[in-house]
Design a protein around this ligand. Structure first.
Ligand code: PPY
Length: 301
């Protein structure tokens, strides 16, 4: 059976996403996001499941950096999970002085903590489930976790359904080494990372390549290139699939301009169909290519 490495330990939100994306496969928890990616790069797992962005806190930077560096991995599927939290404590604790969780989780329950546990100090843990493990071990008094952690660890539920922003969601990716793409569905997302020269208009030119081909951008993040202060990589997600003419044409144009790494084309979890700009359909591109060929052959002008 193929192994799927996921950002663990058991009881993380990512485990729930991995169960949805890779049902029936062997799921192997990894302590960190880089460790999950490394397991795939070393061939110890076939794929990895990791969080990539959150509707409240934005990008998961360990995932973005991990995708830009080292050997390429591509996203073949994504899951979108609603994120509300459970607060767990040991049955013997009566005063909560410390609350641990993943920084993204702490950021999403800040108001709740201020109102309900104003005396408690928030402590960052590597994941929500790692915080639960630390509470079991007596390191901290409470953990902000995924609901499933209440079934995974012998802890007492202090509060459920905790979320400062009611409709918060996190998107997760299933990553594999480069290989055949999932088939286009009409509701796909393509992701790339581009490093441009640091000069006037460089980013605007990249965006224009997409806009002029009728491609709708869904996310843009900048991350510093480490060891090179003031220089950035740009992570771009946009509607469409590499198999579609407008996307292939845009990727070729970007490749001529700068350093580009393809991070995959896969169906969107929300099923939102791509809006294709007028004159940017596959048949528009095919007609134009045929005309150029005919001109070259001296058959048309
Ligand atoms: O720590 C977890 O459970 C994760 O899977 C990462 C995470 C943290 C906070 C919200 C969503 C995902």
């Amino acid at each position: 059976m193929s192994r799927i490495a996921y950002f663990g330990p058991a009881g993380t939100f990512t485990e729930q996403a991995a169960r949805r994306l890779a049902a029936g496969r062997e799921l192997v928890p990894m302590e960190t996001i880089p460790a999950a990616l490394t397991a795939v790069r070393k061939g110890e797992a076939e794929m990895a499941c990791v969080p990539v962005e959150n509707s409240v806190e934005g990008p998961v930077t360990a995932t973005l950096d991990g995708l830009a560096e080292d050997s390429p991995l591509v996203a073949v599927a994504e899951a979108l999970l609603p994120v509300h939290f459970t607060v767990l404590t040991r049955p013997d604790v009566d005063t909560i002085r410390t609350v641990a969780s993943h920084p993204h989780a702490l950021a999403q329950v800040r108001n709740w903590l201020e109102r309900n546990l104003p005396e408690a100090t928030a402590v960052a843990a590597s994941s929500t489930a790692a915080a639960a493990v630390a509470v079991c071990d007596g390191e901290y008094d409470a953990a902000v976790t995924a609901p499933v952690a209440a079934q995974t660890y012998p802890l007492r539920v202090l509060a459920e359904g905790v979320a400062d922003v009611p409709d918060a969601r996190t998107r997760f990716l299933l990553l594999s080494p480069p290989g055949p793409q999932p088939e286009p569905t009409g509701a796909d997302r393509t992701s790339i990372v581009a490093s441009t020269a640091n000069r006037t208009g460089a980013l605007a030119e990249l965006l224009t390549e997409l806009a002029s081909r009728g491609i709708n951008l869904t996310r843009l993040d900048a991350r510093p290139i480490k060891g090179n202060f003031g220089f950035y990589r740009f992570f771009l997600d946009f509607e469409g699939h590499v198999a579609e003419a407008r996307v292939g044409d845009a990727l070729a144009a970007l490749k001529r301009r700068c350093d580009v790494r393809f991070l995959g084309s896969h169906p969107r979890a929300d099923g939102v169909r791509a809006t294709v700009g007028a004159t940017a359909t596959d048949s528009d591109f095919a007609d134009a290519t045929r005309w150029v060929q005919a001109v070259r052959n001296g058959e048309q002008a």
